[in-house]
Write a protein that binds this ligand. Structure first.
Ligand SMILES: [Zn+2]
Length: 286
């Protein structure tokens, strides 16, 4: 029987800190973080770049992954469809995954682990559709972190004029949709496979959060905590996609969230009340 590839998948809304968490987790013994692998299904891989600045075909890491060279456009298109938010409801029924999706992803994760000589891949794609599709692959052993952040932090991040920006209303609608869906999926289709992590807990009490992650997975997180305690930098490595952090060579753990000083008062109030049921659930206070 083929050995299942181990994956730790980070899901949740954009701007919730998934890239930073993924980079921290990449410092765990026997783990490799590779960014948002869903981006491999978007666009032309021949001109896609790694975070190191090289084309994937020239990168010392990604050029070794042979299944990328034979990835067909049709497989990419089917993957994009499968991972769309709108298709999430299909997974509640007896939904069979197309073999091209399953074969490509099983090969991809197996090759990454083999090439990097590690035991678990950290995929920070965030998409819930992808989380469910990977869960259906026979030879993947996937565990999930559902990362949630205070909506005011997400609103503040979306207001910055970098990557995709969103206005206050749009950010609140998006936040509600993604987080309600993640809550439902975590309690149904992915029951017992999801660890919920609050971004604020990660900033305020990283020791407890990484201890929980270590208990939930088989990751040894001691090296992560040592780096945080000694204020060392975390290498970004060779990642796909990710936010502006991915453009840096390394990042440092910071316990302060900028929105607390910078978000205007009226946006805090409106944003808080427009996402109120989730704030009650997640115990975010006004
Ligand atoms: Zn690279």
């Amino acid at each position: 029987m083929q050995k299942k590839s181990k994956i730790l998948y980070i899901m949740g809304a954009g701007r919730s800190g998934s890239t930073a968490l993924s980079v921290f987790l990449g410092a765990a013994k026997s783990a490799i973080q590779v960014g948002e692998l869903t981006q491999l299904n978007h666009g032309n891989l021949a001109v896609s770049q790694c975070s190191c600045g090289s084309l994937l075909s020239d990168c010392i890491c990604w050029s070794q992954i042979s299944c990328l060279k034979s990835l067909e456009q049709e497989t990419q298109e089917r993957a994009r469809t499968l991972e769309k938010h709108i298709n999430i409801f299909k997974y509640f029924f007896a939904y069979k995954l197309p073999s091209c999706y399953q074969n490509f992803h099983e090969e991809l994760f197996s090759e990454i682990l083999q090439h990097c000589d590690q035991e678990r891949v950290i995929d920070s794609s965030k998409y819930i559709g992808r989380a469910l599709a990977l869960n259906k692959c026979d030879n993947l052993d996937v565990k999930y972190i559902y990362l949630v952040r205070d909506p005011r932090g997400v609103i503040h991040s979306f207001a910055k004029n970098v990557q995709t920006s969103r206005g206050l209303m749009s950010a609140c609608i998006y936040y509600n949709l993604v987080n309600f869906t993640a809550e439902i999926i975590s309690r149904t289709l992915l029951k017992n496979k999801v660890l919920k992590v609050k971004y604020e807990d990660l900033l305020n009490d990283p020791k407890s959060v990484f201890q929980n992650i270590a208990n939930f997975t088989d990751l040894d997180c001691i090296s992560i905590l040592t780096k945080i305690q000694t204020e060392q930098f975390f290498d970004i490595g060779h990642i796909i996609g990710g936010n502006r952090l991915a453009k840096k060579a390394s990042i440092q753990f910071q316990s302060h969230d900028g929105w607390c000083d910078e978000l205007p008062l009226f946006k805090r109030w409106i944003g808080y009340f427009l996402t109120f049921p989730l704030n009650l659930l997640n115990r975010y206070k006004l």
